[in-house]
Design a protein around this ligand. Sequence first.
Ligand code: ADP
Ligand code: MG
Length: 752
Amino acid sequence: MLQPMTTATERQTQTIQIEGMHCAACVRRVERALVKVDGVSEATADFIAGRAIIEIDRPIEQPMLSAAITGAGYELIDSDDENEQPGIREIRPQLLRAVPALIVGWGIFFAMQANRWADINWNPDTVFPVFFVLATPTLAWGVWPMLRNAARAAARRTTDMDTLIVLGVAAAWGYSTVSALAPVTFEGADASRDVFFDTALIIVGFVSLGRALEARVRLRAAAALTRLLELAPQTARVVEDGLERDIPASDVQVGDTVRVRPGEQIAVDGVVVSGESSLDEALLTGESVPVTKARGDTVFAGTINAEGAFTYQATQVGSATALARITATVERAQASKAPIQRLADQIASVFVPIVVVIAVITFIAWAVFGDNASWTSAVVSAVAVLVVACPCALGLATPAAVAAGSGRAARLGILFRDAEALESAGKIDTVVWDKTGTLTSGRHEVTSVQPNGVEDDELIRLAATVEQESEHPLAAAIVAHAQDRGLELGNAVDFRSRPGSGATAIVDGQLLVVGNERMMSEHSITIDDPESVSTPVYIAQEGRLIGTIRLSDQPKPGASEAVKLLSTREVDSVLISGDTESVVRSISEAVGIASYHSGALPSEKATLVAEHQTSDRRVAMVGDGVNDAPALAQADLGLAMRTGSDIALETAQVALMQSDPRRAAQAVLLARATRSVIRQNLAFAFSYNILLIPLAAGLAVPIFDAVGGVPGGIHWLFGDRGQFEPIAAALAMVASSLSVLTNALRLSRWRA
Ligand code: ADP
Ligand code: MG
């Protein structure tokens, strides 16, 4: 009973793990390299999670992909090592680069401090060359990956974050090397004679360490269902000719019979054939209350069996299971680009050249206009500018928030189709709710039967005979009622459904019309019915009203809470329904909605949504996704709620895996939280660069001079003269990236 989800599954997608991406520029490079591979029609890379999703026309050999990715300067992680977390693979090499650089760097740093404070007065002509010999290989080892990235960028006539680091480190090292090996260069400007090997090493060490930490945090932000998918069972117990056999879950075929024991996890999707149990579907729906499953019910891969035992027949395997498709949707959403991110990307791409220019100007200004320590100041300032300006935080600000936000949403059973949906959900100020099945349970009860010239049972039998063909909740209730009474249904011919009104069919050779007042008036039958809080279904036979069946429906348990959640955050709710006015009014009163529309046809629902939109409002529509398609499409954001046992992720921008109205409210509020994290991150990343670049350029020196020197407590930041220290700049840069990531990670724990 699974409906086709995203077009993604039809087009065939494959997820591959890639190592080494750390910025928006990397993403573009990897995507470009992948689409050049024959058979790959589209590629979406995600540096946050270290993976790419490719759309393929036909199966593609691993070596082909691997070659393309290596050619772009990254590495394809072998699918054989899937068990190993990609994060671990990124963290270890970074640490291997960081540790030697930090040890040697701090060693030189403390040696120089000791010389200064303990009056050792060593001879620079012998000590500096020793530093050179110690520092150069360690530095080369540490900076190598950054150098490779920067060189690759340069070959493409572009720049990236590594360009800045490499230039800064190269300047510090070059100056120090000249100073250590050819001191004659500085004769006459003795005060300038100094080395910055420690600075260069510590910068490289910090940046590598920062990237290791960053990889950890990034993956935590992206981890939602992916990790759970990895935990999905590896084997399934298949029954064949009465024999049970454990086979790899990937070998299970559609049609196989699978046996499940208590406590086991379901391996593939299927339909229960015998036995009964309750299953924890939290992995898919975010709802931890177990769901009872018996013969005919659908079970989903990844869900967990409680006490019972049962067998089921596989209907969806491999990448077709609901879990795999949900995971694909989430991965896709996490990798997609929010519109707001494009701006940040553009800024980041022009940023690097501008910073290089600022660094050069800084250098010249200090060399020409500085006092007697001008060379040192010039190098220190230029290096500090290059290091502090790295727009890493800017590049991480949006994607980290999108990954964490949509990951958190997925664990609540809320699937955003893409980052754009997440972004627009954050702007919603009006939520239009469909009534039946969305705010109400949709499980109607027959409350009264009023026949008009026929027997009770005959009225119900005729109505149910027509309704057995309909998918409407009212129809289902009438059919269930007929079955309760033990009535044998007849044969309906030429069934026609009129969405939002009712249905017609020929039963026993006579035209039967079932539906609301509008349906009746279309068949020239006038209704004179007193107001009631139950929904009337009128039944006419050959143009004559033969009775009324009344049904009532209860608001869902979470309905009032959802409306309240929204209203406390200034989001208005509107109820919209095709039902009669009195019923709609009573439901809206029950759940606390002030504004409602009744008697609306599906097409009119779209018009009503549009009317709300005109008054300068951002409108979301929550519906069941089938009947409400036009309204969902018209709204700024369409949220489709899961109905019955179907896990349908149609074309709505947001799919709610659980038919709980609270999830819809949470979707809007979580998106809002994500939006504000994105804004905070961007504001922070921008102001970080705007504030620290002038400090690094040494603009604070005259200020400190004016106030009589650097205060004692901030010497480590500003040195003796008010010059922002390059080591402090490296720390600041790493800290800014990590703050942006940590801020995004708050979304992983979001609650409402
Ligand atoms: P809602 O807007 O509450 O989801 P619908 O648009 O699905 O409701 O239907 C509107 C009205 O049309 C129902 O309240 C009912 O009166 C009538 N109706 C629609 N389909 C049927 C049906 N199969 N049998 C009887 N009545 C129907
Ligand atoms: Mg409906």
